[in-house]
Design a protein around this ligand. Structure first.
Ligand SMILES: Cc1ncc(COP(=O)(O)O)c(C=O)c1O
Length: 474
């Protein structure tokens, strides 16, 4: 019994020549990875019927070899091919080879990027953030950090804006709480994650003053914002803008909105989770003019930067307020350098080395490489939109501005089937995956292209799938 237990606990001779556990796992991993990547085309783009049988909590471990084989036989076959080129739901990237390799290294190196002073990992994150600020042509007054995704970044925006509002009213919110804070939040089409984080940050999910949108757009109407700011009696104001809404890819007029925010001493946060990548394309850069005037910005890594989950970024021009909100004070965590430690800039104390895939992506592919796949995805989205616009079976519901295509079954030619049923039929076939949405009160289908691997041939496959499903329903 003791022998079994010892056999099934990790062999703690680390990587000595006697330690076969590491060697076996590394070679098993290499084989499994190659097999998965080479066979990705045989996986459904999304597995809609996964099944994990209930089993009791094990008392004795099976050991690493048996467990690895179990994963190979029971779990991997039920995964989806979502990292591949035709998963167009939500806004989803697919980790590039270099970013994937970097993430493998992250697990192997197992560094804790909470504070500097014990490895180079902190400097790697600092450098990656500086490069991103430069990549998106923002002033170097912006500093920031890697987060777990855009939701976490929106949360940091909410708490930093909260601290700003408190300071306007001589309240240190981080220390004293929100009880006496008099604040109003203004937004037109905030992402659902932003609403969630307003709840988490104590503002309340329902406490948003909604601004009208421009016609046929999800962009904020600046005139209505001006009117509502003028009417507001609140002592502090926070404006939440979008640089590409998740459905309509609408960009708020950030220059005008920033001017209004300045006039009203309001905090301006911009959720630019994927829209910020438009700044890499000369013809689309103007869409986010004024982003440089924001007080804080959310962007995502695991979308168009094509690094593995979970990776986003938060930028702000007010690092002091971020530190006041997130500072960790404990004698054993004494500040290691003059620049704030990452654990005092974000949510977590202990942090994954998620900057390495970002750093390696920028080093390996450069600005030109990233720009290439962003431009390619936009061009491909336009091809798909043109097909839908010309098709009798489908209706393009909104012109494609960037990388998201919105469509629905044509009411005349595909009258017998609902939008959600036809979406399900397409996704069930496993060749291409779209997600649902709503546009001006109507159910629609969304295709969001943000994967570096998508080729024009994939657009042709998707069009073939759309034709086949349309014919089956006519
Ligand atoms: C504009 C926008 N903001 C925030 C999010 C949330 O991102 P995440 O899933 O990385 O938390 C998304 C996701 O699609 C988004 O499109």
């Amino acid at each position: 019994m003791i022998n079994t237990m010892l056999n099934n606990t990790p062999n703690n001779t680390f990587c000595s020549p006697n330690n076969t556990e590491w060697q076996e796992l590394i070679s098993h991993f290499a084989q499994q990875s190659l097999h998965f990547l080479q066979n990705i085309e045989h996986f459904p783009v999304a597995n809609l019927t996964p099944h994990l049988p209930e089993t009791a909590l094990p008392e004795q471990g099976l050991g690493s070899e048996v467990t690895a084989k179990l994963v190979e036989s029971e779990l991997i076959p039920q995964m989806s091919g979502s990292r591949g080129p035709r998963y167009w739901g939500f806004v989803t990237g697919g980790a590039t080879p270099v970013a994937t390799y970097a993430d493998w290294l992250v697990a192997m190196l197992d560094q804790n990027v909470s504070k500097g002073g014990d490895s180079i990992a902190t400097q790697v994150e600092q450098q990656a953030i500086k490069w991103l600020v430069a990549l998106f042509d923002l002033p170097d007054s912006f500093t920031g950090l890697c987060t777990t995704g855009a939701t976490a970044s929106n949360f940091l925006a909410a708490v930093t804006a909260r601290q700003y509002a408190g300071e306007q009213q001589q309240i240190d919110i981080a220390k004293q709480g929100m009880k006496h804070l008099d604040v109003e939040i203004f937004s037109a089409c905030p992402h659902a994650s932003m609403i969630k984080t307003l709840g988490l940050a104590g503002f309340g999910q329902d406490n948003v003053r909604y601004i009208k949108t421009l016609p046929d757009s999800e962009a904020m109407n600046p005139k209505d914002l001006e009117r509502q700011l003028n009417n507001s009696q609140a002592r502090s104001k926070i404006v939440i803008s979008s640089a590409a809404t998740v459905t309509g890819t609408s960009f708020d007029d950030l220059q005008t909105i920033a001017g209004l925010c300045q006039a009203h001493a309001a905090w301006l946060h911009v959720d630019a989770a994927f829209g910020i990548f438009a700044r890499l394309i000369p013809a689309k850069k103007h869409l986010s003019d004024g982003l440089e005037l924001a007080d804080s910005i959310t962007l995502d890594g695991h979308k168009w930067l094509n690094v593995p989950y979970d990776c986003g970024f938060f930028f702000t021009r007010h690092q002091r307020l971020l530190v006041e909100s997130c500072h960790v004070a404990a004698p054993y965590l004494v500040q290691s350098t003059t620049t704030p430690d990452f654990m005092s800039l974000g949510i977590e104390n202990s942090r994954r080395f998620r900057a390495l895939p970002v750093w390696m992506t920028i080093k390996a592919y450069g600005q030109a490489g990233i720009r290439f796949w962003v431009e390619k995805n936009c061009r491909q989205a336009a091809i798909l939109a043109d097909y839908l616009d010309a098709s009798n079976h489908w209706q393009l519901v909104h012109p494609c501005a960037l990388n998201v295509v919105l469509f629905r079954p044509d009411e005349k030619h595909l009258a017998s089937v609902s939008c959600s049923e036809i979406l399900h039929q397409i996704n069930r076939r496993g060749k291409v995956f779209f997600s649902p949405g709503q546009w001006q009160g109507q159910h629609i289908i969304r295709a969001a292209l943000s994967n570096w691997q998508t080729e024009d041939a994939d657009i042709a496959i998707a069009i073939q799938e759309l034709n086949t499903v349309a014919l089956q329903n006519t």
